[in-house]
Design a protein around this ligand. Structure first.
Ligand code: DX5
Ligand code: ZN
Length: 215
């Protein structure tokens, strides 16, 4: 059974409280919070201020996905805002090992995200230092895109690497996850499913979360 992490990027920002309440009463375990800076990705979303408000509505895990350049400048701000897990992009980190240590020393779990073109092998020498790998199954920047099928191979390879090293690093899949493709994603070895549009644009988001959870 996978952990379900709905992405608030697809929520109603005029009434976030309502969507947070819905998630709190649902079977979703995590809140996935997408931060975009208009530099690392061609879109701007929200930052620590909004996360601080969301944090006040929930005791569930706040899973913060930073799609930003120079994440080291903001790690402390996201800790203060209430992040439990802070994920940085390998493509945005010249000193990834240092970024990971910074996140952990601030008392958060550390995740590393990979764009679709980045091989999972690139994590070989930091895998033992992190809690989670986020594999992007779309190019980051926007919700509502189609799942890139090649991602399934990346999950399988990464799962093998984790098992061979005897580690318990979790694998999160982000982008284009639907009720139709989720079974194959879970079968390949994913532990956490992010879902934005699939949850929030469905007629009954709570039931959709339950359906994802039941897979
Ligand atoms: C994309 C974000 C995703 C996005 C997923 O850059 O990282 O978390 O919100 O949205 P869907 O599930 O609609 O593809
Ligand atoms: Zn995300």
């Amino acid at each position: 059974m996978a952990i379900i992490a709905p992405s608030l990027l697809a929520a109603n920002f005029l009434n976030l409280q309502q969507d947070c309440d819905m998630l709190n009463e649902s079977q979703a375990e995590w809140f996935h919070l997408d931060v975009m800076d208009g530099r690392f990705v061609p879109n701007i979303s929200y930052g620590p201020m909004i996360i601080e408000f969301i944090r006040k509505t929930t005791t569930k895990v706040c899973d913060v996905h930073l799609m930003i350049e120079e994440p080291e400048k903001y790690a402390e701000a996201f800790k203060k805002a209430g992040a439990d897990i802070l994920t940085v992009h390998i493509e945005a980190c010249r000193h990834l090992h240092r970024n990971i240590q910074q996140i952990k020393s601030l008392g958060m779990k550390a995740g590393v995200a990979l764009n679709p073109h980045t091989p999972v092998d690139s994590l070989k020498d930091v895998l033992q230092d992190i809690d989670m790998v986020l594999i992007m199954s779309v190019n980051p920047g926007f919700g509502g895109q189609s799942f890139i099928p090649k991602t399934l191979d990346k999950i399988t390879t990464l799962k093998r690497m984790i098992n061979e090293a005897g580690l318990s690093v979790q694998i999160e899949i982000d982008g284009g996850v639907t009720l139709e493709n989720a079974p194959a994603i879970i079968a390949a070895g994913a532990d956490i499913l992010v879902a934005g549009n699939t949850v929030f644009k469905s007629p009954d988001p709570t039931a959709t979360i339950a359906a994802l959870k039941a897979l």
